[in-house]
Design a protein around this ligand. Structure first.
Ligand code: UT7
Length: 323
């Protein structure tokens, strides 16, 4: 059985850090409120010349270096983003060009905060279906560019950044002992479209628009949706919470992360949390967290890692991968 095995990982952040204290100067908020309600202490904000494609390229180059590969060795690039450099061409094609890759295929995937989980699931399907051998999967965002900086209910929550992994076709035995993606569970329900959205777009307003969120409404659904897809992953593979070495959740809110882990019976020591450092970077948050925990030696080869995300759409999903 062909498995999509993680061959490399990398990440990139803008140069500029913005603390909660700096937020206090922009809107009527406080470090105390932000930390208490979200766990966020700082976020990175893209400066001049830093874009989704430039951050994605830097994350991709780091992943290629770690995998000891070049762009010539790839045949697929998927970029999960809701903040593309341009409406088209796809940011993935832009990054393909920046990497000097003149073959294969590249496309963007838009599932907002669940984008990375959707992109990994898609790359895995391409690899197992024989359509690709090595896929670069990037989550990259510059949400600072679509924030309403006068709206304290949203602007304090988000940040910019990018992360990437390289998935490679390898022969497995078809058991849970295999390295690679063991299952992916994807869900969406458009009835929730008005709870987290951008109030503009090419076909409606002809503008980019700004992010709007009914935070409390999103919060209300988050833990239930997250735990549902994780339980679906357990069921699909015959694994349990006890088998999981690391939970790497989408980093939106510390309270949602802790609540989901508690409900699943996964001890907090096994949960990778970076929301304090990065804020909510949407599709970039999981690969940024993966890079953090794999670089510092927490996530090791052979570990069972559960990824999960929930966001605009709503979309939500999980991926169980043996690192
Ligand atoms: O990544 C995609 C998924 N997104 C999420 O998962 C986000 C989900 N939602 C959340 O994380 C939380 O709902 C928030 C962090 C956005 C808000 O936390 P909350 O505990 O749900 O607060 P709330 O919206 O109920 O607001 C409580 C109070 C309100 O004041 P009143 O009405 O009680 O007087 C807000 O006006 O906090 C006020 N508030 C603020 N105060 C200081 C809202 N934003 C701020 C702020 N600073 N930045």
């Amino acid at each position: 059985m062909i498995r999509s095995v993680v061959r490399g990982f990398g990440a990139a952040l803008p140069k500029r850090v913005m603390t909660n204290k700096e937020m206090e100067a922009k809107v009527d908020t406080s470090d105390e409120w932000i930390v208490q309600r979200t766990g966020i202490r700082q976020r990175y904000i893209a400066g001049e010349g830093e874009t989704t494609a430039s951050l994605g390229e830097a994350a991709a180059r780091a992943a290629l270096r770690r995998a000891d590969l070049t762009a010539d060795d790839l045949d697929l690039i998927i970029v999960a983003t809701s903040t593309p450099d341009n409406t088209f061409p796809a940011t993935a094609v832009n990054i393909q060009n920046r990497l000097g890759m003149r073959h294969g295929a590249a496309f963007d995937m838009q599932a907002v905060c669940s984008g990375f989980v959707y992109a990994v699931a898609t790359a895995d399907a391409y690899i197992r279906g024989g359509l690709a051998r090595r896929a670069l999967v990037i989550g990259a965002e510059t949400f600072s560019r679509i924030l309403d900086w006068s709206d304290r209910t949203t602007c304090v929550l988000f940040g910019d950044g990018a992360g990437a992994i390289i998935l490679e076709a390898q022969q497995g035995e078809g058991t849970n002992a295999d390295r690679g993606v063991l299952t992916a569970q994807l869900r969406s329900d458009g009835i929730h479209g008005d709870k987290l959205y951008v109030d503009g777009g090419p076909s409606t307003t002809g503008t980019v628009g700004h992010l709007r969120m009914e935070g409390r409404e999103v919060f209300k659904h988050a833990v239930g949706m997250i735990t549902d897809v994780i339980e679906a992953a357990f069921e699909a593979t015959g694994t349990t919470a006890d088998d999981v070495d690391w939970l790497v959740p989408h980093q939106a809110n510390r309270r949602i992360i802790d609540g989901s882990a508690r409900k699943l019976g996964i001890p907090l020591e096994k949960v990778v949390v970076t929301v304090d450092l990065h804020g909510n970077t949407s599709a970039a948050s999981i690969p940024l967290a993966l890079d953090t925990a794999a670089s510092d030696g927490r996530i090791k080869k052979g570990d069972l890692v559960m990824l999960e995300a929930m966001g605009g759409g709503f979309t939500w999903g999980s991926v169980l991968v043996r690192w």
